[in-house]
Design a protein around this ligand. Structure first.
Ligand SMILES: *[C@@H]1O[C@H](CO)[C@@H](O)[C@H](O)[C@H]1NC(C)=O
Ligand SMILES: *[C@@H]1O[C@H](CO)[C@@H](O)[C@H](O)[C@H]1NC(C)=O
Ligand SMILES: *[C@@H]1O[C@H](CO)[C@@H](O)[C@H](O)[C@H]1NC(C)=O
Length: 553
């Protein structure tokens, strides 16, 4: 593949940006074109999923921009790469693996094969594991599954890290809290900081606690350390009478390690090597979600994502919603030097959504080497950040409105609230802010307008808003239920895919998280040995030696 900046459309976009882009004023584009909204808004429709309106019209776009961006996608082979993913090709090329999380949500009869082998059936097949999850989650919810003293298990502790925690279960159970069983308490322990496990155990009764240990290889250092601490606690609290097999299950594929730990191999939920951590909530890693919201809702969650997969797979580029999202991101990153991408949901249930997207986007596209091993001569993955609004409006939105940086922003709102309290007053206030932020970022406030408010002349520049800040508003046509959440996540997954396809990088590996892990392992040993950080640079050595002195380890 050719580097993105050598594609003919790249040069065309560059001159287009120089001629049109520099003087493009959103406010004027709307004034001169009453059809602008209709032309650049797209509605995602699918059976079983509420409509989702994506308003791209408040972006630096003209018909010509759109044509050129689509041309760039064509020249970069976005469709070819997308089809390769859905075919099960080994597009995770640094590790020669398929990237096949879309098979986990194949609810409509697509053929899904890796190396010529159907992945839906068989012992670790998608449908086999789903059936097992359905059975087990049903038993836990109904109380048919009992602890060693015959009590229902009502306290669930999911032990995982990265994709098996943050990017999946934590965010999704929070987002679907409205659907959660009232008699279940969930804890997610990921941090190796002992505080995380200690606080979860403090609130737990071993007779009613179920541990889900999530680690594909069952060797992840943080997770296994936390799991062993949990096991020790469990055995101690039950005077050794507790039955591990009734209280611990594994979301893993390493049968020998799992059984060595004491978990019954029957209570192991597997997934294949083509499930990347940041795409694993759709797999057995989603078991905590299935238990909490019920399997039917979990299935709807998969279906919503599948509906977005279908849209991504079948819709021409120009109307392909995640492709448009990805193209805009490339447009701002590479032609406007935007360094960030802000996602601000007007939705309290989505409070972990930006954190989830951080892993999805930055672990995928925080790369600088292209497919032929050379350094990219252009900017790749943006710094993604966000917080739920309206809280964010009272913190960092000052910088978004009046700072020196261009921050392309996505706003998300559900038309209906799960909690329409006070006669929908809260929802109407929330919605007003959602509309107002995007409008304010676009129109700004001129000196004349500031003066007209009777502002003293010396304050006029301080109260000026330049405006012309691009936003994409996403409006879900109902509440955000399991299917809509699935579709929203899949939108960002495919947006990220599109960016990576254009940048010609491998969006699926994550070597960048390895180096620190390796060094930590080495330093852990040194903490128990004599010596004062010898062999390190003086800063690292000095810190290690000070730590030993203060902590008296
Ligand atoms: C998924 O794909 C397989 C073929 O690989 C197909 O037979 C099956 O019906 C599909 N859907 C479901 C829900 O399993
Ligand atoms: C299981 O764990 C063992 C011991 O760490 C390791 O050697 C082996 O590769 C793992 N197997 C799988 C399938 O992850
Ligand atoms: C790609 O390969 C890497 C390295 O083995 C692996 O860690 C990652 O999970 C794979 N990604 C996907 C999406 O399967």
């Amino acid at each position: 593949m050719a580097p993105a900046n050598t594609l003919p459309a790249w040069a065309e976009l560059q001159s287009h940006r120089d001629s049109v882009g520099k003087s493009f004023v959103l406010k004027e584009a709307f004034a001169s074109d009453p059809a602008r909204f209709e032309r650049f808004a797209r509605t995602f429709t699918a059976p079983g999923v509420a409509d989702v309106l994506f308003d791209f019209s408040k972006n630096f776009l003209t018909d010509e921009t759109l044509d050129l961006l689509v041309k760039l996608a064509e020249q970069a082979g976005v469709e070819r790469k997308r089809d390769a993913m859905f075919r099960g090709d080994k597009i995770n090329f640094t590790e020669k693996r398929a990237v096949y999380h879309t098979a986990l949500r194949n609810v409509s009869g697509w053929e899904m094969k890796v190396e010529g082998k159907d992945v839906m059936g068989g012992p670790n097949g998608v449908n086999t594991v789903l059936d097992h999850m359905k059975e087990f989650s049903g038993q836990v919810r109904s109380g048919e599954w009992k602890g060693f003293t015959g009590k229902k298990l009502t306290n669930i502790i999911n032990v995982g890290i990265g994709g098996s925690d943050l990017s999946g279960p934590v965010m999704v159970t929070e987002a679907l809290k409205h659907y959660g069983a009232d008699d279940l308490t969930l804890h997610f322990v990921s941090n190796i900081d002992g505080t995380h496990m200690a606080e979860a155990l403090k609130a737990s009764d071993p007779e009613t606690t179920l541990f889900l240990i999530a680690s594909k290889t069952f060797t992840t250092a943080e997770t296994i350390t936390n799991a062993n601490t949990a096991k020790t606690w469990f055995l101690k609290k039950t005077d050794g009478k507790g039955d591990i097999a009734k209280h611990f299950v594994a979301l893993s594929t390493n049968e020998s390690e799992v059984t060595k730990f004491g978990i019954d191999a029957k209570n192991m939920f597997g997934f294949e090597s083509w499930v990347g951590g940041r795409y694993s909530v759709w797999s057995a890693i989603g078991l905590s979600v299935a238990i909490y919201v019920g399997f039917d809702n979990f299935y709807k969650f998969l279906s919503g994502a599948h509906a977005m997969d279908k849209h991504f797979r079948e819709t021409p580029l120009k109307d392909n919603i995640p492709v448009l999202g990805g193209l805009l991101s490339v447009w701002y990153s590479d032609f406007f030097q935007a360094q960030t991408h802000l996602v601000a949901p007007f939705d309290q249930y989505l409070h972990r959504f930006p954190a989830y997207l951080q892993q999805l986007s930055m672990e995928s596209n925080g790369k600088s080497i292209t497919s032929d091993g050379s350094s990219a001569k252009y900017t790749t993955g943006p710094i993604l950040f966000g917080e739920p609004c309206t809280n964010a409006q009272h913190s960092f939105f000052q910088l978004v409105h009046q700072g020196t940086k261009l921050i392309p922003t996505d706003f998300i709102l559900a038309a209906k609230s799960h909690n329409p309290i006070s006669d929908n007053l809260h929802q109407k206030m929330l919605a007003s802010n959602y509309f107002a932020q995007a409008e304010a970022l676009m129109v700004g406030k001129t000196d004349e307008e500031v003066r007209a408010e009777g502002t003293p002349e010396d304050l006029v520049p301080h109260k000026r808003f330049l405006g012309n800040r691009p936003t994409t508003s996403i409006l879900v046509g109902d509440v955000i239920g399991p299917a809509e959440l699935g579709a929203l996540i899949a939108y960002y997954e495919h947006l990220t895919f599109t960016e990576g396809a254009i940048w010609d990088i491998n969006s699926f590996d994550q070597w960048g998280v390895e180096l620190g892990k390796v060094l930590a392992k080495k330093i852990l040993k040194e903490l128990d040995e004599a010596g004062n950080g010898d062999g390190h640079d003086t800063s690292t050595g000095g810190l290690i030696s000070a730590f030993k002195k203060y902590a008296k380890i």
